[in-house]
Structures are given as C-alpha cells and as structure tokens.
Design a protein around this ligand. Sequence first.
Ligand SMILES: [Fe+2]
Length: 370
Amino acid sequence: MIFRQLFDLSSGTYSYLLASRRGGEALIIDPVLEKVDRYLQLMQELDVKLVKALDTHLHADHITGIGALRDRTHCTTVMGEQSNVDVVSMRVADGDQVEIDGLVLDVIYTPGHTDDSYSFLCGDRVFTGDTLLIRGTGRTDFQNGDPRAQYESLFGLLLRLPDETLVYPAHDYKGDMVSTIGEERACNPRLQVKSAQEYVDLMNSLHLTNPKMMDVAVPANMKQGLAQEQIARRGWAYSAEDARALAGKPDVALIDLREKRERERDGKIPGAVHLPYHDLQENISPGGVLRILAATSGKKLLFYCAFGERSAMAVQAGQDVGLSSACHIEGGLDAWKKAGGALDDGTACPRPGRGAGSRAVGERRAREAA
Ligand SMILES: [Fe+2]
C-alpha cells in the first residue's frame, strides 16, 4: 500500500494520500487548497491516479482542496450526508464503504466536533478527522458541535477499535504524527473522564477563541462550485422535470453513473443503464460502450448521478471527445426524487411545491426571475 501523510504548516492540517499500488487509483483525505499543486506532483511521481477526494468534516481552519482537485482531476468528491457543502459528488453515511481499486474505507459517523464529522477505517488505521486528536479531541463549541455526541463517538465507537489501531488525525500542533487507540485511551487527558457529563463539563469549560481562518474558511468550504452551471450554460442540462418527459423515450439512453452501493441504497430511475463514472474514460474512448451506443443507436445520452456533479463532468468529457448528444439531469437523482420522478421499485417520490428541482436549477431560476 502507498501511504503518505502530508502536512500543511499554516493550519497544522494532516492530509493523507492512499493507493494500493503504483499505477493504481488513489484517494486523498482532508486535502488543503494551498497544497493542491504539491499533491498533484506527488501523485504523478508515485504514478497514481486520484479518483476520490474526501473531507472528514466541514473545516473551519483551512480551505479544503477537494473542489480544486475535482476541477483538475475530475475525481469524485466525498463527504458525509449531513454536510451543508453546496455540491459533493457522493454523500456517505455510517456503515457505508468508500472504495477505490484495491482499498476499502469503512465509514463511521462520529459527530461531536461538528454534526458532519466522520472517521474512516482502513485496515489497521483509522482517520479520525477532528474527533480524536493525539492527546486531545476536537473542540465542540461551534458548527453544531456537541460534547455529548462526541463522548458517544469516542467512547462508543472509536475507543472500541482494537488497541493497536493506528490513529491518524486531521490536525496536530505539537508535531505528533500518529498514535494508537490504546495509547490514546491510556494517555489522552480528555479521555480520562468517568462519565459523559464529566466530558461535557470539560469541553464546555475550554472557552477557546475562534480559529483565525474561520470567517473565511467556513463560507469558502460550503461553496465548492458547481460544474453544473457551466454545463447548463452550454445547453447540455435538463431539469429533473424536463428529464421526466425524456426518460423512457426510444431515442434517449438514460445512463446511471453512480456506484453499485449508491444504487442499492438510494434507488434507480427505471430503464437506466449502469455505467459507473469510475469507468467513464474507458467508456468514451474509441471502442468504448458509450461511443458504440451513440454511433449505432443515435440516441441522446442522458447521464445522471446522485447530485449532478459527476454527470456534469461526464457530459463535458463526452462532448470533448465528440459525443455531441451527451447531456445530464441537473441535480441528479436528488432532484429527480424532489420532482416526483419514479424509481425502479414503482414508487414515485412525493412531489413538493411548484418549481421543485435541484438547488442549482432553483437558484438559476431565481436569478433569471430577478
Ligand atoms: Fe475541524
């Protein structure tokens, strides 16, 4: 396994690059915007291809690099389902798995530092974000932090991992790089409490000043930009409502770009072909499934994913290689459901008020109306 712990001095942030082998796929955890060039250089040197970039939570002390990495590598961005970030490609929940070629991360919901805090377990190591730090724990006094929830995340989940599990946090300000669950249980001063209430009282007595980057980082991290807007401006997007009229027509091939696990969890649009985003480059290459489908059937290629981000990138990639009928459902399955679109189990989602659809569609209509 390729494993690199990378450090951003100004914010004290650790980022982690993981890959199973040279020439294989890579994943990065908690990348920092200012370090994106360095990550890309390192990945080139290690001969790995970034396919997923994930944040353990919405950071308040640095601007995330996941948006820039998405723009430069077309990787899939991943965060927890509670996240308020405008668009991430894939939202995960407790018990899910994040997979790349040769590696699997188990997803553990560990709220408390924020309400969107997750930890990720990969074999003998756990990436704890700001939930469990080395000889510390993440503050719980902003961004919907909750010391009682953090106590449960720590004592009910993380400290139940095997003692020898390596602990890799999102930050350290003292120069410590790695610890273990057993070491933290024994030596972490925040964990030497006898009850949840004692922990709550301890955390509530800290009275910390806000991080110096907070006013800049939080709003920036909530807006990772919408590749979808560019695609819509080029006329390659359909609102979920318009897509409902298109789906099922003989000249339309509906293509689901999500991963198998997302399809099983969130449902599918009837009649869609499953061609995961993961394999897009191969599928749009000469001789690829999508090239052949477009050439032999003349069908419109209507992509969709969870929220419209992967599908927007797929449309651009398809158009770039001459697939002129490539288009997508703006806002993805999320918008489709909100617009009352049918799922493959025969259910139609309850239809909310007029004008429902993806946030992006709604926002654009609001601007047009103004
Ligand atoms: Fe944090």
